[in-house]
Write a protein that binds this ligand. Structure first.
Ligand code: BV8
Length: 251
């Protein structure tokens, strides 16, 4: 593996930062074995695009199909472990004067890695909620329905995630926007920067004068607007950055 070199201006900006904000997308979990949204789906799911399954309309029309897709993704999450990219963000949370982690991911791997405060813009796939009441509830152990039913009212359960066409949890989005406006360094890691309102955050940071760093092996709509681009996988770039800035051994 060729050593990742971190440009001096990036080291300076991160070392002098008072409030580091990080936005992550599916790319940071790719090296944990969880497929990203951009990757083609495999097997039974190859015939569908995530945008066709992750919607309330899809669930209303095909509740069993959508529930099974989430069960398949939950099985991948259960087999996944945080990778060095996740662990580098745990070190960064410990080393930065102030640190806010915002994620679009629903896999819970940042919490599993040890980050204590995670703003989950799009919910968490491991939680279910009642389709009618909205309360978070686990299926009864002996419930064999697909989807399972709410033990309180009998309605379908659904994954506690934000689907396309649904609004994000207002308190979480407000906290993310507040942190973004205060950031002096903003990392955008492993996201295609196409889904709004999450994708607006790095641009908002830039407009407030933050030093915006993109970490991604590929280009995105943010690339031309970033202050710096670290072109590579998060699992290699982030540990190299933490070491270069804080001389911290890799986690
Ligand atoms: C909203 C949870 C207000 C679910 C997700 C028409 C009608 C309704 C809405 C809209 C509309 N037109 C536009 C909209 C808005 C819509 C939107 O933005 N659509 C897009 C497609 C244009 N947004 C919404 O609907 C949002 N709500 O706007 O509410 C509203 C309400 C009604 C009507 C209008 C407006 C809700 C969006 C949330 C959807 N839920 N996830 C689930 O997981 O099942 S979105 C999901 O995809 C992710 O959470 C993420 O946000 C998004 C994109 O995924 P990424 O994380 O970026 O991953 P991706 O695969 O795309 O890219 C991976 C990247 O990683 C790549 O760049 C790759 O190069 C890189 N990478 C790969 N390997 C690595 C790596 N990087 C680093 N290291 C590596 N090793």
């Amino acid at each position: 593996m060729t050593p990742i070199s971190i440009p001096e201006p990036v080291i300076e900006a991160v070392r002098n930062a008072q409030h580091i904000v990080v936005l992550t997308g599916a790319g940071i979990s790719a090296e944990s074995g969880i497929p990203t949204f951009r990757e083609a789906q495999t097997g039974l799911w190859a015939q569908y695009r995530p945008e066709e399954l992750a919607t309330p309309e899809a669930f209303q029309r095909h509740p069993e199909r959508v529930w099974k897709w989430y069960e398949w993704r939950r099985s991948l999450v259960r087999q996944a472990a945080p990778n060095p990219g996740h662990l580098a963000l745990v070190q960064m949370e410990r080393l930065a004067p102030r640190f806010t982690l915002i994620t679009q991911n629903v896999d819970g791997l940042h919490q599993a890695a040890g980050n204590r405060h995670v703003l989950e813009l799009h919910g968490n796939i491991m939680r279910s909620r009642c389709w009618r009441e909205g309360r978070i509830v686990a299926p009864a152990p002996d419930d064999t329905h697909i989807p399972p039913r709410c033990p309180h009212c009998g309605a379908f359960l659904r994954p506690d995630v934000v689907w396309f066409g649904e609004t994000l949890p207002p308190d979480v989005l407000a906290a993310a926007e507040q942190a973004t406006n205060e950031a002096d360094v903003f990392f955008s890691v492993g996201t295609s920067t196409v889904v709004y309102p999450a994708a607006a955050l790095p641009f908002e940071a830039r407009s407030h004068g933050a030093f915006v760093i993109e970490v991604n092996p590929a280009t995105t709509p943010l690339t031309p607007h970033a202050s710096a681009v670290l072109r590579g996988p998060a699992g290699q770039v982030l540990p190299a950055l933490v070491q270069a800035v804080w001389n911290e051994a890799r986690a």
